[in-house]
Design a protein around this ligand. Structure first.
Ligand code: 28F
Length: 642
């Protein structure tokens, strides 16, 4: 029996199998087949254009969402090589689109490859997961075209014209049998392309949505790169250093950082590796934080801003009010964490630290006024933290002393099993009264709040603890706030905000959500926060049950249904609810509190940046952006009392 001695290399096996494994387990390659996975297809193709830009040959990338959710991406780079490879008998173009990981990421060429969200699986995965993919290359004076279907070549490379331009154009239609949806979300793509444009200084990226009547489009190009990024993030905040601090260092691990402080109290540091948003942070973030604390403390000591007797400024004092973007490029990134967005490469910590130590301390020495302004804020933050610590001690001692007695206003429920219990935070004493009477006291607690609460965007932690309106909320939920917040200690599985459908109610809702977002974020992330949805209208007529309507659409449908039952709308009395107080306890129970019939809206935190921006606009110091926001969104506000 002749012994076969050829060993198949991974490459050959891969070519034999083709791209079938990708179609069998798409989640392995693009994370999921949800709309997130669908968007990754676009990011993969765009990233190849970005690589061409980073290599220095492409200055513009255009993305179009065509009717029918066909994606077209075009760049003005060199064009994927179309020559036939002597060994494989395939053109580079066909190899890149039909062989897994052939997109040069592992070709080890000198330039840095940015990888898509799932770390650069390459164009062949997009091809495998699409009904069809067409690639048109302009290069060497010709226009060449290929077509694939589900990863397989269906039209060989063919010259279809002459040109003196160069570039690559890719069109594809995602496979509807693989993805839960093939409907792209314009805003999501636009947000990501804005981010890529910030991260790739000078690259122009445009996006156009041709699916609807009105064309939506955006055109991003930021010569300022990360400087423009922090200016964009801070556009609605009062700045401390007008011009962002910008430091960069090329080398084995290129590092680029922009920093701008504002008068807000939140800390916003966004970190990226090869343009991937490392939401879970990692070694680059650690290096940045450590060095930031060291440099500012050293500067404060050397310039006698911190006295001998003063303790060191803590990291959180120095990061209060910071907006920073840290972008590093790593050849072989190791990603860890829940969503593979935490950088694990240990060597990066030291690289970032030494770069920031040198560049930031030189910047501060050369800009003493900026250094002083920032340090003033850090020192007042440190004093406020000290005061908050004392206040917290006080509250802890107070709540420890009173731990049996909960806030006077709280009508607690008899069950102590948190998962089944819920607390209604109700605006106003009258509604609070009806809620107390109407509720099921076994599992429903009521905490009435009154009047406008503190605007937490403007207040610091020490004011939060002492605040007599938020205090009852903190003690009732029983899990502390801020760094002390412990989700396992919450006393209720549901925290339900019940406020009127008018402007005051909207204000209370936004203030409470700002408070939860800033000081009890896990409560939102864990899905414990809800908004009660009281009815807007009641239709009534002698002889029939009252009909409650929660939206104008509900109302229209109710009218139609009753007309079908022979009850014309002019025989129906309609009541427009202006506030919870207009309902008696039974009605409040039936329409808004009874788990069988009520409507609850779960508050989920899908995009921290967007939520942060909305809170900052609505609650921040800058009046102008708030007016713009409210005017811009007024058309969505139906129940404003005019
Ligand atoms: C719309 C999406 O995909 N642009 C691309 C190039 C350019 C080259 C290239 C791409 C195989 C492994 C290197 C041209 N000339 N936009 C794109 N533009 N790929 S993808 O080469 C692929 C090789 O990596 C290119 C000289 N060198 C490289």
């Amino acid at each position: 029996m002749e012994k076969y001695d050829h060993k198949y290399g991974a490459e050959q096996i891969q070519v034999l199998e083709g791209l079938d494994p990708v179609r069998k387990r798409p989640g392995m390659y693009i994370g999921s087949t949800s709309v997130r996975g669908l968007h990754h297809l676009v990011y993969e193709i765009v990233d190849n254009g970005v690589d061409e830009a980073l290599a220095g040959y492409c200055t513009e990338i255009n993305v179009v969402i065509e009717k029918g959710n066909v994606i077209k991406v075009t760049d003005n780079g060199r064009g994927i090589p179309v020559e036939i490879h002597p060994k494989t008998k395939l053109s580079t173009l066909e190899t890149v689109y039909t062989v897994l990981h052939a997109g040069g990421k592992f070709g080890g060429d000198s330039g840095y490859k940015v990888s898509g969200g799932l770390h650069g699986v390459g164009a062949s995965v997009v091809n495998a997961l699409s009904d069809w993919t067409e690639v048109t290359v302009k290069r060497d004076g010709g226009i060449y075209k290929m077509r694939f279907e589900k990863g397989k070549t269906v039209e060989q490379i063919k010259k279809i014209g002459e040109t003196n331009e160069t570039g690559t154009e890719v069109r594809f239609l995602a496979d509807g049998t693989i993805f839960e949806t093939t409907e792209y979300n314009y805003e999501t793509l636009e947000t990501r392309f804005r981010e890529i444009a910030f991260l790739t200084k000078g690259l122009r990226i445009t996006i156009e949505d041709q699916r609807g009547e009105e064309i939506k489009k955006a055109d991003f190009c930021f010569e300022g790169g990360l400087i423009s990024f922090v200016e964009f993030l801070n556009k609605n905040k009062e700045k401390i250093n007008a011009k962002p601090i910008y430091i960069e260092k090329d080398g084995e691990v290129p590092v680029e950082i922009a920093i701008q402080y504002t008068t807000s109290y939140s800390e916003n540091i966004y970190t990226f590796v090869n343009n991937i948003n490392t939401v879970e942070g990692g070694t680059h973030l650690e290096g940045f934080k450590r060095s930031l604390t060291k440099v500012f403390n050293d500067y404060a000591r050397n310039h006698n801003i911190l006295k001998e007797k003063d303790g060191n400024l803590q990291g959180e004092d120095i990061r209060e009010g910071i907006t920073a973007v840290v972008s590093v490029k790593v050849k072989e990134p190791q990603f860890e964490g829940q969503t593979k967005t935490k950088l694990g490469n240990s060597e990066v910590t030291g690289v970032v630290m030494s770069m920031v130590n040198d560049a930031l301390s030189s910047f501060l020495e050369e800009n003493p006024n900026v250094a002083k302004a920032i340090l003033e804020k850090c020192i007042s933050a440190s004093r406020a933290r000290e005061a908050a610590r004392k206040a917290r001690e006080l509250v802890r001692r107070k709540s420890a002393l009173e731990s049996t007695t909960l806030p006077g206003k709280l009508a607690d429920c008899s069950s102590k099993v948190a998962e089944e219990c819920e607390v209604y935070i109700v605006e106003g004493d009258s509604a609070g009264g009806s809620a107390k009477q109407g509720r099921d006291r076994r599992f429903q607690a009521i905490l009435p709040l009154w009047g406008k609460m503190l605007n937490v965007e403007k207040a610091r932690a020490d004011k939060i603890y002492g605040n007599d309106k938020l205090n009852p909320v903190i003690i009732a939920i029983g899990a502390g706030i801020g760094a002390d917040f412990d989700i396992t200690k919450i006393r209720y599985g549901k925290v339900i905000i019940m406020a009127d459908a008018d402007v005051d109610g909207a204000h209370i809702r936004t203030l409470l959500l700002t408070f939860f977002f800033r000081y009890m974020r896990p409560l939102i992330e864990n899905g414990n926060v809800f908004l009660a949805q009281p009815p807007l209208y009641k239709l009534s007529k002698k002889g029939i049950d009252d009909v409650y309507c929660y939206t104008d659409e509900d109302l229209e449908n109710a009218y139609k249904e009753l007309e079908e039952k022979g009850i014309p709308r002019d025989q129906l009395a309609i009541q427009r609810y202006k506030g919870l107080g207009e309902m008696n306890p039974e009605q409040l129970w039936e329409t808004t509190m009874n788990p069988e019939s009520r409507i609850l809206i779960k508050v989920t935190m899908d995009d921290a940046i967007k939520a942060d921006e909305i809170f900052t606009v609505l609650m921040g110091d800058e009046v102008e952006p708030r007016r713009e926001f409210i005017e811009g969104n007024a058309k969505f506000v139906k129940n404003l009392d005019v």
